[in-house]
Design a protein around this ligand. Structure first.
Ligand SMILES: C[S@@+](CC[C@H](N)C(=O)[O-])C[C@H]1O[C@@H](n2cnc3c(N)ncnc32)[C@H](O)[C@@H]1O
Length: 392
């Protein structure tokens, strides 16, 4: 029988992909309600997405009457709907300009099985009528593609070989497939004692996180290398960092390594959770540097990096009154909770999770100016297509 406390550690490590999801629904702390910043960051990168889409070979082999787009890590907000719409419209236009009869479009919204696909499907605009589907672009407020949800981890195969024209993934690949086991293993040199994230952790902990990132991104590239059509392209965006030091996680570090960390320490000091229980929790996120990302793509060898840049996204918080400390504190806590709340609840239960995020909010409110000034997200943006030497 598992000793007390061990069960949840195991939940965090082994079952992460069954458990992880952004907060579903449309409530205050839901991802749908806390992803406006990601929407803005995505909008500011559209010119880079367009470049990637212009690299797609629209006369390539396969079924010329079907063009298939995938959003990996789609979550349950409207961002994924907007980006798929943008991709379909851009590619349709390219067919039109090239004088080639446009194909039918198929879009797959993919995420882990616990994702709130129901909320997402309700956000999908209605399909344009059959007669219009093939001849015209969707009028605003309609969609001109067939849609389906695909549950599963993007670190493994999700689609048939050579069936996808465009892979898109935004703000998702920094999520690791699991907390590296050694990080929560008490006897390991990588044990992250006293901390709940890699930010500010020791060197051995950082190495374990980095190794997990390398293994995960490697698995992602191998799977996509089989699924992507030869003339296809991938546009990938994930949280990144500008520092070479992995224990300085930049924006992610501020989100999970400061007030969130301190709130865990509050719970321990107040006797609400044990130090061991806190140490058994770690956020499975790694914001890579450009170098980290490049190394994995080069080691895989299947893809050319048409573009690989660090992009300044800005703050993840959207507040109407920046001088209102209470609003800033609430926005910080909601932002944190919308992405990590499900994991926290699985580890300490709903009630203690509520206690934790109340403390996160209180602390962020006290440091509102600092939060607004310093919380900036940087993203790694990668545009990949097959290397001519690829064996895939
Ligand atoms: C911050 S959300 C990004 C949502 C959306 N792409 C956007 O632009 O707003 C990150 C998503 O990645 C998903 N995710 C994390 N790890 C994953 C994995 N291994 N396989 C598939 N999806 C994953 C999460 O469930 C979550 O929905």
């Amino acid at each position: 029988m598992a000793a007390k406390g061990e069960k949840n550690v195991a939940v965090c490590n082994m079952k992460l992909e069954r458990l992880l999801s952004m907060k579903g629904g449309k409530g205050q702390d839901s991802y749908a309600n806390n992803s406006q910043a990601q929407a803005m960051h995505a909008r500011s990168m559209l010119h880079l997405l367009e470049e990637t889409l212009d690299n797609v070979d629209i006369s390539s082999s396969g079924n010329p009457r079907l063009f298939t787009v995938v959003d990996l890590g789609c979550s349950s907000g409207s961002n994924t709907v907007h980006v798929i719409d943008f991709i379909v419209k851009h590619i349709s236009k390219r067919f039109e300009l090239a004088g080639i009869e446009p194909p039918e479009f198929s879009a797959f919204f993919s995420d882990l099985p616990s994702n709130d696909f129901n909320t997402l499907f309700q956000l999908l605009p209605p399909l344009v009528s059959n007669s219009c589907m093939e001849e015209c672009l969707a009028a605003d407020g309609n969609r001109s593609y067939f849609a389906a949800g695909v549950p599963g981890s993007f670190y493994r195969r999700l689609f048939p070989a050579r069936s996808i024209d465009v892979f898109h993934s935004a703000f998702s690949l920094h999520w690791l497939s699991q907390v590296p086991e050694s990080v929560t293993e008490k006897r390991s040199a990588a044990y992250n004692r006293g901390r709940v994230f890699i930010h500010g952790a020791g060197e051995k902990t950082a190495k374990a996180y980095k190794k997990q990132f390398q293994a995960d991104l490697g698995g992602f590239l191998r799977a996509r290398g089989q699924e992507l059509k030869r003339g296809g392209s991938m546009f990938l965006v994930c949280l990144g960092r500008t520092s070479l030091d992995p224990t300085d996680q930049g924006g992610a570090g501020l989100l999970f390594g400061t007030h969130f960390q301190d709130a865990w320490d509050d719970l321990v000091l107040e006797g609400l959770v044990t130090a061991e229980k806190r140490d058994g929790f770690n956020i499975p996120v790694y914001a890579p540097s450009l170098q980290d990302f490049r190394e994995v793509v080069e080691a895989d060898g299947s893809f050319v990096m048409e573009k690989l840049v660090v992009f300044k996204g800005g703050s993840p918080l959207v507040v109407s009154e920046p001088d209102d400390a209470v609003e800033v504190g609430r926005a910080f806590s909601s932002s944190c909770r919308s992405v990590a709340g499900v994991l926290v609840e699985a580890h300490i239960g709903e009630e203690l999770s509520h206690e934790l995020f109340t403390r996160v909010e209180r602390r962020a409110t006290r440091h509102a100016n600092e939060v607004l000034e310093n919380l900036q997200f940087f993203h790694i943006v990668a545009s990949l297509s097959f290397a001519s030497t690829s064996r895939n």
